[in-house]
Structure formats: structure tokens, C-alpha cells
Design a protein around this ligand. Sequence first.
Ligand SMILES: *Cc1c(COP(=O)(O)O)cnc(C)c1O
Ligand SMILES: [Zn+2]
Length: 406
Amino acid sequence: MSYVKGLFCRECGRKYPAEPINVCDFCFGPLEVIYDYDSISKVISRETISSGPMSIWRYHHLLPADHENAVDINAGMTPLIKSHNFAKSLGLENLYFKNDSVNPSFSFKDRVVAVACTKALEFGFDTLACASTGNLAGSVAAHAARAGMKSYVFIPADLEPGKVLGAAVYGPNIMAVDGSYDDVNRLCSEIADNYNWAFVNINMRPYYAEGSKTLGFEVAEQLGWKAPDNCIVPVASGALLTKIWKGLNEMASMGLIDPVKTKMFAAQAQGCAPVVTAFDANTFNVRPVKPATIAKSLAIGNPADGYYALRTIAESMGGAWAVAEDEVADGIKELAEKEGIFTEPAGGVVIGALKHLVETGQIDPSETTVAYITGNGYKTQEVVQDVVRPHLIKPTMASFEAAIKL
Ligand SMILES: *Cc1c(COP(=O)(O)O)cnc(C)c1O
Ligand SMILES: [Zn+2]
């Protein structure tokens, strides 16, 4: 069973039953899940969590879907790696990388889709769908395959080949749309009105977005039941950043960790930085942009949760930084060379932001800092093509020794 009582509008507070709906009929505000926190607080404990499955479902009390019927390909419980080399180069004592690139479909999207797909089956849908910047398509296709559902995934036509293949292999219907992600999303909203499909990030969005809380839960558990002092989070729609903060605060209100003093930092690439631009201008109103960035998984010009991400940054006394486009690939290479983690451009953006925040004194060297690495570099190999330089040799000692003297 789940502890969902219904939905409420984040703007006007009006209540709705727990149905596959995502906007308020009265004010068009986004809907959010209401939980029965009193009942949850009576049953949840550090013990119930740590004796649970090695997946996001160990936090099932605080997720809006029935874990006993979970569509489960083992999303979550990814490594939290204490940094040695990067930390040393930056002068940090307690730097960690949350390596979410090793989820089943190789991005953090498995967390949100596991919840949305499980909920879609509960509602009786037979088709799972999404508007995707790339990683979501792969995760939706994989979970639909596991659930025995049909799937339709919509992507911008100019997506990286590795992302397209990484979705196609699971057998979905892939619609490559001649337009930006924002065009794809607009089209999908129209389709969602006309087809009885579970669009994970449209009509299922209130449930879907809750899956991201597990990136807060997990890090706190892995740090020994302690919230980090700083989180650096890549931002596309802004949901992930908002929900990590929500997850940490839920844990505190359930008495699982101390009150949260975490600062939330947003990382975007300069070619698509509407949230950072609003932060710099000291406003909560996000002005949409036309994305032109190497970080395609973050290329949302009109972010659905941009306003809430900015509220979270302000409330947590965090910050935001837009990384120069030509620093993104450098960040990918540096993380690979220093820590042995191969990430995609979203991770390169996080590395660029981390370095800036340290250099400008926004991160205290003794504090605990977690940088979220959310997607895998094998899907976007072309952005680091220039590192591929094997020594071509003959199968002889002479040829080998001549080569290593070069
Ligand atoms: C989707 C995505 C994000 C951002 O998620 P939002 O919740 O839309 O802000 C970050 N990193 C990667 C790799 C993603 O695929
Ligand atoms: Zn409303």
C-alpha cells in the first residue's frame, strides 16, 4: 500500500483525488502528492529502510506508488564515492560524487520512471509515454518493456545517437520530432489530452517527480544518516533539485536525520541557463530561452519547475552557476581522469559548477559537498572524441618499445 491521500495545487492549495492529472483546473498550478505523514512517521525508521531492498523501494513509505507491485529493474542505491584526487586538487576535505550514471538505463531517470510506471499500471494504463531530452526515453522504454506495456517516446530529432540507440534497443515507438525539447513537450501535452496514455512527465508528473526525492534520501543514508552541507545539482526542468531538497526535509521531519541546513546549488550550461539567469537577476520569474548547448539532457528552455527550483535555492541559501560551453567536455575528462567516472555533458556541467563554487568561496573546504553525476558518458561519446588516441603497434616487442618511447 502507499500513503497517498490525494493531490493538492502548489499555487492555490485546492485538493484533488489521486488521479492521473497534473494541473489545477482553477489556476493551472502544478499538482503535488499529499501524504499521510502521521501514519508514515509511526512505521518508518532507519531500521525499516536499511533492511529494505537495495533499490529506491527501500523508501517506499515516502513514495506515491504501491511497492508490492513495483515495476523494478533495480533503480537506485548507486554509489556515493568519496573523492580523493578531485578533492585534493580543489582543497576540499569532504567531497563526494553521487554516481547515478550506473542506474539500469544509465541515468537518474530510472528513479522517476520506476515510480511513474508502477503508478501507471495501478491506474490501469497499457501505454507509457514521455517527452524526453534523451535519458528519459531510454528509461521509459526499459520500464515499459519490463512491465509488458507499450511505449511511445518523443525526442528532439537532433539527439545524440547513443541516446537514441539507448532507447531503441528496448523496442519502444520512437518519435523523433523536428524541433526543440520545448516543441516536443508542447506536442506531447496535446497528445496527452487526446490519447489515454500515461505520459510520465505530463499527466503522471506529480507521481513521477517524487521519485527524485530518493536522490536526497539515499545520499543522507549513505553519509550515515546526515544531510550534506552542499548539493550541486544539474538543472533541466528543475524538478530534481527541488525534490532532493524535499526528500532531505521529509527525512528530517520523520526524525530520521537532524534538521536540514543543506545549501542547494543549480548547475546549467551557458547555452541553456534560464534558471541561472533568473537567479542572477534576483527574480523567481524564469524567462524562456532557445537552447543551444552541448548538454542536451539539460536543454529545456522553458523549465516546468524553474520557479520552484529558484525558491528552493533561495530558501536553502544556495546558489547557481552557468558553465561555459567549452568547459563542459573538460569537466567530463577531468572527472574521468581524476576519479574513474565517465559521465555525459550534464556531469561535465556539474564539475564546472563545482570548480567555480569552490574558487569563489561559496563552498567551505571543510563542509560535506555532494556533486550529483546523473548520466553516463557512454551515451554521448562524440563529445570527447578527441581523447581517443591509441598507439597503433605491430604484435612485436620492438614495435611496442618504439611506441612507448614516443
Ligand atoms: C533529466 C536530467 C537532469 C535534470 O532533471 P530535471 O529534473 O528535469 O531538472 C539532469 N541530468 C540528467 C543526465 C538528466 O537526464
Ligand atoms: Zn490551483
